[in-house]
Ligand binder design. Structure first.
Ligand code: TXA
Ligand code: MG
Length: 325
């Protein structure tokens, strides 16, 4: 990999301006960018070398395709074969956290779609990201800007820490949604949710679509290869509990815990309020504090949040304890 510009060429500790980000991307470099969901590791989608650099930087398996980020529906129409239903979804939910899989059209490098004949398209709901895509003059690939398998970054600081400042970051503040976009594919007249996110099954059903419920996190999803890998996982061991009683029973005096929950699960014990917006930052903080274990109470509002539960199950390695078995 070519060396990135040093700080005396204009950027300090990895933070770059919109103008610098534009130039770096045009020059074939990788830049971390803000979106409304999580930070993405961006590169020009039509530049094969730059796309390969994204895989290399993240240590991402080459059979896991990338999402192509556009600044308009018009740009999306150049890249994919967009049907009537998909176009309706774009008009209804873009810019926003909905990624739509369509047959690929433009000569994108094979690496982008991992050899598939479909492409994932998304128009992010973040002003800075949209301005950047327009300024670069090309769609951008952008997987979450974390080393493969780790929790996704929701702040510029997370990206700097993950890559030791070696990846330039366009700082757009803390991301407002905190977990990755909903990924859907239209099959016949049905909308299949490949990855749950902030756009829910109910939102999609609301526009008159037949929605195929999100497959369980345990299933392998033939159409979304990335879901085969363990994801979003902190280094600290993590267990999920269906109720406060089971969580309390699991606690051993003397051990240090981070407890994430929708409400205080144990009298007199320190805990943190868990939401989709906060989850990745909390998993990262638990690693920094070097506690023995992360205990998560999956009840109430947490249990009701399909996308949050999906990420928790994957991060913990699927086990939910105390579930009346
Ligand atoms: O919110 C988001 O979507 C963030 C921000 C940065 O935009 N990006 C993101 O990218 O989460 P990534 O690469 O971490 O996740 C992309 C997901 C993977 O599960 C991948 O397998 C799936 O989308 N995907 C990409 N292209 C696909 C395709 N052609 N068919 C099926 N699934 C695809
Ligand atoms: Mg990811």
């Amino acid at each position: 990999m070519e060396s990135l510009p040093t700080s005396n060429e204009g950027w300090v500790r990895g933070l770059v301006t919109l103008k610098q980000a534009t130039e770096l991307l045009r020059g074939g470099q990788v830049v971390a960018i803000p979106t409304e969901t999580v930070y993405g590791l961006a590169a020009v989608a039509t530049d094969e070398q730059a796309v390969l650099r994204v895989f290399e930087t993240k240590h991402r398996p080459p059979d896991n395709p990338l999402i192509v980020h556009v600044h308009s529906i018009a740009q999306a129409l150049q890249l994919g074969d967009v049907g009537e239903i998909e176009l309706n979804l774009m008009q209804r939910f873009w810019p926003g956290p909905l990624t739509i899989i369509v047959p690929r059209k433009a000569p994108l490098p094979r690496a982008v779609t991992a050899g598939l004949n479909t492409v994932a398209l998304r128009m992010p709901g973040h002003e800075l990201a949209l301005e950047l895509i327009a300024a670069v003059g090309s769609a951008l690939v952008a997987p979450s800007a974390n080393p493969s398998g780790m929790p996704s970054p929701t702040r510029a600081q997370h990206v700097l820490a993950d890559f030791n400042g070696s990846v330039p970051v366009l700082d757009g503040g803390e991301t407002v949604l905190g977990i990755e976009s909903t990924v859907v594919r239209i099959v016949g007249s049905e909308c299949v949710i490949l990855r749950p996110g902030a756009i829910t099954e109910a939102d999609l059903a609301d526009v008159g679509l037949d929605v195929l419920p999100t497959p369980s996190a345990i299933e392998e999803l033939a159409h979304s290869p990335g879901t085969r890998y363990r994801h979003y996982a902190p280094n600290t061991p993590m267990r999920l509990f269906a109720d406060a009683y089971t969580l309390r029973e699991a606690m051993v005096p003397g051990r240090r815990y981070v407890i994430l929950a929708p409400y205080q699960p144990v009298e007199g014990v320190e805990w943190q309020h868990l939401t989709a917006q906060s989850v990745y930052a909390q998993l990262r903080e638990a690693d920094e504090k070097k506690v023995d274990e992360i205990l998560v109470l999956c009840a109430g509002a947490v249990r009701a949040d399909v996308a949050l539960m999906d990420r928790l199950l994957r991060a913990a390695g699927e086990n939910l304890l105390g579930e009346g078995t």
